[in-house]
Design a protein around this ligand. Sequence first.
Ligand code: NAP
Length: 256
Amino acid sequence: MTLRLFDLSGRVAVITGISRGIGRALAHGFAEAGAIVAGCARSYEAAERTAEQIRAKGGEALGVLADVTRPEDCQALIDAAVRRYGRLDIAVLNAGINIKKPSIDFAAGEFDTVIAGNLRAYFLAAQAAARQFMRQGRGGAIVMNSSNASLAAFDELGPYCAAKAGIDGLVRALAAEWGPHGIRVNAFNPGYTTHSMTDKGQDYLKTGAAEIIGRTPLRRMAEVSEMAGPAIFLASDAASFVTGVTLAVDGGWCAA
Ligand SMILES: NC(=O)c1ccc[n+]([C@@H]2O[C@H](COP(=O)([O-])OP(=O)(O)OC[C@H]3O[C@@H](n4cnc5c(N)ncnc54)[C@H](OP(=O)(O)O)[C@@H]3O)[C@@H](O)[C@H]2O)c1
């Protein structure tokens, strides 16, 4: 009975950024939990590749071309899911970008790119999902993939830390504003995984591995697949009275 609370069978979940990394792992995880997945990337082929992998395993999934920094694309993503599957139950906002360099060297345009690719994109996608939830009148769950960079300083990630802290703020603000509509808004905050968003970051995972692992109470980095459980929890009925929270999934990094 209790386990059934985590079951997403028949729920329609939109997930942004499913072509690789954590988003792809989330798409597979949600499908394994029973959800129907409509996921996007900035290339239709890349999104469809993940959708096809899910269908090959017996799940149901749809790949959509959408750049989530654009409001019309966020709307088109939600519309594509509703047109195909008739409803929306869950929106997982995951697609993000990063530029790793010293803050002193950031151009204004690079700062804007990082804020738009994370904070603006999450706001626009949340807004499009919430409009659909309000139209349906049955509530819904929004789960944001934030980062422990919202909670602590990370080297050469100044604007990214700011964008992710903004996402945590958005979680609380939107949870308060949309709670009366039955819309829950939460985030999980990954720490270091074995997958990095940038080549420079991937190099650091090798050279800095001992330091990262030594500083992490669980003494390892996460696999991207380990993000699915916390995200599924927040999206599921198991979290029916949970809203406005940010859940660290960082092996204890921020606690230590
Ligand atoms: N990797 C980590 O260890 C880590 C740690 C903490 C938090 N996070 C967070 O986890 C999320 C995913 O990280 P990741 O490492 O998996 O990143 P990634 O490997 O760079 O993948 C990003 C995904 O988002 C898509 N994407 C990026 N910008 C997009 C846009 N404007 N519109 C639509 N799709 C877009 C990319 O697809 P296309 O390029 O094909 O469009 C790709 O599927 C991010 O929000 C990141 O901040 C990651």
